[in-house]
Design a protein around this ligand. Structure first.
Ligand code: SF4
Length: 120
């Protein structure tokens, strides 16, 4: 089986082709111009992760919400669970960039942090 990826590590956007066996083990990787492309597709196949950005409800402020992101990339299959928790979060102003909004979001071991300052 062959899978195609666009490497997102630099603006070149190499088209990388991966050949897998029936157990999804990698047999061959081609089309990447450097090792970063190989590392990228190995991660995409074995442990795909994404940074998650969103907003949470803010109380006690003229602003309705505050933008947030996961401090690190989370497993792709946890995105739905994270969004469900994010939608239930309410925090009180003031909030500063980097403040932890929710610890260990969706049991990923990764915190959700604010990405903007919000006063009352
Ligand atoms: S494989 Fe290397 S050169 Fe190609 S897009 Fe990825 S980082 Fe850039």
């Amino acid at each position: 089986m062959k899978k195609n990826f666009t490497c997102i590590n630099c603006p070149l956007g190499c088209q990388v082709e991966v050949t897998l066996d029936e157990n999804r083990e990698i047999l061959d990787i081609s089309g990447n111009s450097c090792k970063l492309g190989e590392k990228y597709v190995r991660n995409e196949i074995k442990n795909p992760r994404r940074m998650l950005t969103s907003t949470v409800k803010l109380l006690g402020s003229k602003y309705y919400s505050v933008p947030v992101k996961t401090k690190e990339a989370i497993p792709k299959d946890k995105i739905f669970a994270c969004m469900k928790e994010i939608n239930e979060v309410e925090i009180k102003a003031p909030v500063n960039v980097g403040d932890i909004v929710k610890r260990d979001i969706a049991s990923t071991g990764i915190d959700l942090v604010a990405t903007a300052n919000r006063t009352n």
